[in-house]
Unconditional design. Structure first.
Length: 152
């Protein structure tokens, strides 16, 4: 089982020196993504299920931090940044983004419903139904990629 996962990691170019994940974290995530139970992974690795759970939790935390870092870097270089205050109706966000993009000469390739979904999905609990409940920053890169971050 581990040999198969190591072959997969090699095939997809996993490099622990360039990754936020350790080799063990990558192995555990790869197995969990293939619906292998934590108990089975623990047996394979000769450790406890609690240890596998801890490795998996740390790996998922590291991935979340890496995603946040990428979103932050994208926001820094995005020529369009729309500040969406708490209390804003989600239906008003697309027009705000389109207006800012028009002003900056940036094209967004999302329809209004698609853009609302992108914002809602990326914002997580910061959007409830149609309501923005925590302030957001919607950034749009020169390539038209939309990034959403919670604002302080």
């Amino acid at each position: 089982m581990i040999a198969d996962v190591d072959a997969l990691l090699e095939e997809i170019g996993f490099d622990p020196d360039a990754s936020v994940l350790t080799r063990r974290q990558a192995q555990v995530l790869a197995l969990r993504e293939r619906d292998v139970s934590q108990a089975a992974i623990a047996d394979e690795l000769g450790t406890s299920r609690a240890n596998v759970s801890s490795i998996e939790g740390s790996a998922r935390d590291n991935l979340a931090k890496a995603r946040e870092t990428v979103a932050f870097a994208d926001a820094l270089r995005a020529p369009v940044r729309v500040h969406v205050p708490a209390g804003t109706d989600l239906y008003d966000v697309p027009q705000q983004v389109y207006d800012a993009c028009d002003e900056a000469g940036v094209k967004v390739s999302h329809t209004a419903p698609d853009l609302m979904k992108v914002v809602s999905d990326a914002a997580g609990e910061a959007v409830s139904g149609r309501q923005v409940v925590e302030a957001l920053v919607v950034g749009v890169t020169t390539e038209g990629t939309v990034r959403v971050r919670q604002s302080e």
